[in-house]
Design a protein around this ligand. Structure first.
Ligand SMILES: Nc1ncnc2c1ncn2[C@@H]1O[C@H](COP(=O)(O)OP(=O)(O)OP(=O)(O)O)[C@@H](O)[C@H]1O
Length: 346
């Protein structure tokens, strides 16, 4: 299994404006699936194209296992990088049968072995028996799984997935994601998934690199990223965030408009912004709560509901996530309770 190491990668498309990639650093352990997550225009596709070798960086290096692929004086051509690519959509050759699509990258391999490997790959992605079909005879999710089988067939050291689930409707997407994740993990290849979808990154990847303005703002496991975001921007980008002005005390708690909140790390006295997630807030009987507010909006999503409350002493309303059916309505007064720990950002 090969580690992917990206060091000080810089790329500009023109002389004007800041570089698209600005000294980007990222390490993906061998065999791991890393999601590169960022807003539109942050440089995700540029990064992928440099890793694949379709684009040259201005500076920095890309190393896969022992091999430098891009670096000062080195530019290995794309076809010699041992990288498989799963593009967004329409990735399959429409005039070739599924098995021929999968076998496409198996050049120089004898016929029997090509057939064995194609069958093995189709089985890996759960499509045994589909080899004789044409791409248009498959669903969108099946087509993406064939695209993965094709990318994995030549045993690449690294697989790049460029927003591969975009064209799928949401009901199909989570199932296909799980299948792709399982197939990648079974193959042992290191993988990089580019996405702008936070839930996709958190639910699919082993590690998530959040990219902002051409740099990695934070790279962590999904749980750590969600629970301990590096700053308020990352916090808001990877999920819903409740940000409260706070004063930290010496006893490991912070004073906020929602009352005292225990801090995940005792940072000593000082002021800052406390981060909570909406599911850490709970509606409570007004008589039993320290903080109070007025419900201004209730959005019901089926599995949960989001309740917006304006709080006395707070400029911005807060969002509270509640499980199951909720009985409160806009205009009602409520108490608010805080559960768990918060992160304090200076
Ligand atoms: N060939 C090019 N020439 C000039 N500018 C480019 C070129 N390709 C991309 N850019 C610019 O570089 C920036 C980063 O683009 P890139 O496609 O890497 O971002 P992205 O994060 O993949 O965005 P999206 O999520 O919208 O696909 C954008 O501002 C884009 O306009």
């Amino acid at each position: 299994m090969s580690d992917l190491r990206i060091e000080k990668l810089t790329k500009s498309y023109g002389a004007e404006g800041p570089p698209v990639l600005d000294g980007l650093e990222l390490t993906v352990p061998g065999g791991a699936l890393a999601a590169v997550l960022g807003p539109s225009g942050c440089g995700k596709t540029t990064l992928l194209r440099i890793i694949a070798g379709f684009l040259r960086a201005d500076a920095g290096s890309v190393t896969l296992g022992e091999h430098v692929l891009s670096g000062p004086g080195v530019q290995v051509p794309p076809e010699r990088r041992r990288i498989g690519i799963v593009p967004q959509e329409g990735a399959l050759f429409p005039h070739l049968r599924v098995d021929r699509n999968v076998a496409f990258g198996l050049k120089g391999v004898d016929r029997a072995e090509r057939r064995r490997r194609t069958d093995e790959m189709l089985e890996l992605v759960g499509l045994s028996g589909y080899g004789e079909r044409m791409p248009h005879e498959l669903s969108g999710g099946q087509q993406q799984r064939v695209a993965l089988a094709r990318a994995l067939a030549p045993r690449p050291a690294l697989v790049l997935l460029d927003e591969p689930f975009n064209a799928l409707d949401s009901a199909l997407r989570s199932g296909v994601r799980a299948d792709v994740r399982a197939a990648l993990s079974h193959s042992g290849a290191t993988a990089v998934l580019v996405t702008h979808d936070q839930q996709e990154a958190l639910s699919t990847a082993d590690v998530v690199a959040v990219v902002r303005e051409g740099r990695v703002a934070q790279c962590d496991t999904p749980q750590q990223l969600y629970r301990r975001p590096a700053d308020p921007w990352v916090a808001g980008f990877v999920g819903d965030a409740v940000l409260l002005p706070a004063t930290a005390r010496t006893n490991g708690t912070a004073e906020t408009a929602l009352g005292p909140v225990p801090l995940a790390e005792d940072t000593g006295p000082g002021t800052g912004t406390v981060l909570l997630r909406p599911e850490q807030l709970q509606l409570a009987e007004p008589a039993s709560a320290v903080a109070h507010g007025t419900v201004t909006d209730v959005r019901f999503y089926g599995h949960d509901a989001m309740i917006t409350v304006t709080v006395e002493g707070l400029a911005d309303p807060v969002d509270i996530r509640a499980a199951g059916p909720v009985a409160v309505r806009p205009g009602e007064r409520t108490g608010i309770r805080v559960n768990g720990e918060a992160v304090l950002h200076p």
